[in-house]
Design a protein around this ligand. Structure first.
Ligand SMILES: C[S@@+](CC[C@H](N)C(=O)[O-])C[C@H]1O[C@@H](n2cnc3c(N)ncnc32)[C@H](O)[C@@H]1O
Length: 240
């Protein structure tokens, strides 16, 4: 396998041989506890692909643990949430992640599944959108969301819920205008609701409502699928 930039980095610290080592304990806590991530402003990314994505985006780790170089491989395996021992684990600062507005924003309301949050970040990355998260969303820098984002977390601007720009379009499973007929120019913010409850009425009242028509039997789409279809529809329109 080609040796990636993360493993080619020179790591100068001495070999970690104890599971009580401070850096390993930090990584263990960051991977297991959102509270610890929030208190420290740090998070841990596992595996070469994620760490490479960060480095390619110009985001430097505050700690870089490389199996066999500065940590015993089995110790890295013990702290990892992956099914296998990663070659690389790195710690990053949350404040180093990108911010800033884009023409289209996906605004996620209480989306609780980290896989959905990560998948929506990946989709936003693919279509050049930003992401806004309400309180109550899964942590975008938790291990499952990071994996699902496939590195997009290091490229997609994350913005505050209240700062999502432009006109607001609520994507609702029922009762909106067919999405394809929505005639609005960016900047736009597309609101997506939680997996169970959808969007609360209090949010929807001030928005344009759009629905993706479902000719089949399903009552609604998975929130990540709805976000992907909506972004595709906007990009198809702007490129035609
Ligand atoms: C699983 S659905 C929520 C279902 C919930 N029972 C409801 O009625 O809103 C999660 C989110 O995906 C989006 N969504 C799902 N199906 C959609 C559709 N057909 N058109 C537009 N958005 C949809 C909406 O934002 C919704 O809040």
């Amino acid at each position: 396998m080609r040796e990636g930039r993360a493993r080619r980095r020179r790591v100068t610290s001495s070999l970690i041989e104890s599971r009580q080592n401070e850096k390993l304990r930090l990584v263990r806590k960051l991977l297991s506890a959102r509270k610890h991530r929030e208190e420290t402003g740090l998070f841990a990314a596992e595996g070469e692909d994620l760490v490479e994505a960060a480095l390619a985006a110009g985001i430097e780790p505050v700690e870089l643990l490389v199996a066999g170089e500065n940590v015993r491989p089995e110790l890295l395996g013990e702290v990892s949430t992956l099914g296998h021992a990663p070659r690389v684990v790195a710690v990053f600062r949350r404040d180093d992640l990108p911010t800033g507005a884009r023409e289209v924003t996906l605004a996620l309301w209480e989306v609780g599944d980290p896989g959905n949050v990560g998948t929506l970040l990946r989709t936003a990355d693919a279509f050049g959108a930003a992401v806004a998260l309400s309180p109550g969303c899964a942590d975008p820098v938790g291990p499952r969301a990071l994996r699902a984002s496939a590195g997009a977390i290091f490229r997609v601007p994350l913005i505050e819920w209240d700062e999502a720009p432009g006109r607001r379009v609520a994507l609702v499973a029922h009762g909106g205008k067919p999405l394809a007929g929505l005639d609005l120019e960016p900047p736009l913010t597309l609101l997506l609701g939680s997996e169970r409850q959808g969007l609360p009425q209090s949010l929807v009242t001030d928005c344009y409502l759009a629905t993706i028509p479902l000719p089949g039997d399903a009552e609604s789409l998975n929130v990540a699928a709805a976000g992907a279809i909506a972004l595709y529809e906007l990009s198809r329109r702007s490129s035609s």
